[in-house]
Write a protein that binds this ligand. Structure first.
Ligand code: ADP
Ligand code: ASP
Ligand code: MG
Length: 413
């Protein structure tokens, strides 16, 4: 008997009819003789609605406020887990819903983006031993002092992989509104191609660089614990995409996928004194304020006196970053600060890059051909990212998709 974890995202449980459809998918695994743990997201749109409610009554200034934020935004998953368990019982499948605190699903105290520490498995194991399907509310956990937490947006993916790791599941199936992981977001690039296999490392980069089909931490966890993850459609019956080790992919393309993120803002400090310690003076206070800095470029100065420093932060952090920099103006000694929140990051990703030269050059040449200016460039062993004007993001994405030969072959009918 295999143990399967199934995860259903927001669109997949978006209304009652869809929840009934999900129950059928669970039933099929049970009928096949498998033990099943299901985890569900809130109905599509509900978590956003909860976040909006919270923002209407609070500016969330302290950590304590975030604890109550979690009480509100975790609520959608309570509803869907209960409804699915009820539906399963109506189909004659013994089931029960589990909230994070009932398991307990232990996390850190970092409300709004808590990290999973330990999942107690005894109570669920006992219930499953009595033939009951466990329907776990995704996205939520509980601290040691019994406060509800959430795992960050898109966190039910991570709930699913963590459950699969804790219970030693044979498979973790992530059901969503697309039928797998594509070479690029299929909603933006109509010619994107479905991948049968994707290496954990590539998926990790794709997710962290903007492909929201999986939450980044879920991929990290799957990689660390060797969880067999499959991404597939909850609306169609066909195989999806398997996450595998890099050495399991025989044919390594130069590029596996392209990701983009609009959640970017640029800050340029000009005429900064060019002396040792200046980077620490800029990035130290930002780090202290918990602001993540992503891409960084510093100009070389011919006379060694003053330089310009450009870097990016998440768009939602821009206002705070500007304030931190202004407050530290004396120690940083910059003359001017320019900001731009109309930028976006485009990244090409692939383990094949390790053995192919010219990947970055192809990117630059393709963007030049379209007259798209590159503001910042960063690279790692398996990715190249550029920052460009947000208005060109879709054009650039499609052009690169074609340039790297990723377009799906359209069959002539
Ligand atoms: P769920 O609610 O099931 O968690 P999400 O909306 O979080 O679903 O993630 C699925 C979405 O991810 C798809 O609808 C698609 O638009 C988007 N997406 C972005 N990049 C990719 C990609 N490379 N492959 C597949 N989907 C992608
Ligand atoms: N409902 C949560 C969100 O919208 C978690 C999830 O869907 O994975 O972010
Ligand atoms: Mg999601």
């Amino acid at each position: 008997m295999a143990l399967i974890v199934q995860k259903f995202g927001g669109t997949s449980v978006g209304d009652i009819e869809r929840i009934c459809n999900v129950a059928e998918k669970v039933k099929r695994e049970v009928d096949a003789g498998n033990q099943v743990i299901v985890t569900v997201s809130a109905m599509a749109g509900i978590t956003n609605q909860m976040v909006e409610y919270v923002e209407q009554v609070s500016s969330l200034e302290d950590a304590e406020a975030f604890a109550d934020y979690d009480v509100v935004v975790s609520s959608g998953e309570q509803v869907t887990s209960g409804l699915l368990a009820l539906r399963l019982r109506s189909l004659g499948i013994p089931a029960r819903a589990w909230l994070g605190w009932q398991i307990p699903f232990r996390t850190s105290r970092t409300h709004g983006k808590a990290r999973i520490e330990k999942i107690e498995t005894d109570a669920i194991r006992e219930s499953m031993a009595n033939g009951r399907v466990a329907v776990v509310a995704g996205f939520q956990g509980i601290t040691e002092d019994n406060r509800i937490t959430t795992l960050g947006r898109g966190g039910t993916d991570t709930s699913a992989v963590a459950l699969a790791a804790a219970f030693g599941a044979d498979r973790c199936d992530i059901y969503t509104d697309v039928d797998g992981v594509y070479t690029a977001d299929p909603r933006i690039v109509p010619r994107a191609r479905k991948l049968d296999l994707v290496a954990y490392e590539e998926m990790l980069e794709m997710a962290s660089l903007g492909a929201k089909v999986l939450q980044t931490r879920s991929v990290e966890m799957a990689m660390n614990h060797g969880v067999k993850v499959q991404v597939l459609s909850s609306f169609e019956d066909k195989p999806g995409t398997l996450l595998v080790r890099e050495d399991e992919i025989m044919e390594k393309e130069q590029i596996t996928g392209i990701a983009y993120s609009r959640d970017e803002a640029r800050i340029t400090l000009s005429d900064v004194a060019d002396k040792p310690g200046i980077s620490a003076a800029i990035f130290g206070p930002l780090a202290e304020a918990n602001i993540n800095v992503d891409m960084i470029v510093q100009n070389v100065t011919p006379d060694g006196k003053a330089t310009d420093v450009t870097f990016t932060v998440a768009r939602g952090d821009l206002e705070r970053a500007v304030k931190v920099l202004e407050d530290n103006r004396d120690s940083i000694t910059f003359q001017n600060m320019h900001t731009d929140d109309g930028v976006a990051k485009l990244s090409v990703i692939g383990v094949g890059m390790r053995s192919h030269a010219g990947v970055a050059q192809q990117m630059f040449a393709t963007l030049a051909e379209k007259n798209i200016n590159i503001i910042v460039i960063t690279t790692s062993e398996i990715k190249v990212s550029v920052l460009i004007d947000e208005e060109y993001i879709e054009l650039a994405l499609r052009a690169l998709h074609t340039a790297y030969g990723l377009d799906a072959v359209v069959e002539k009918g």
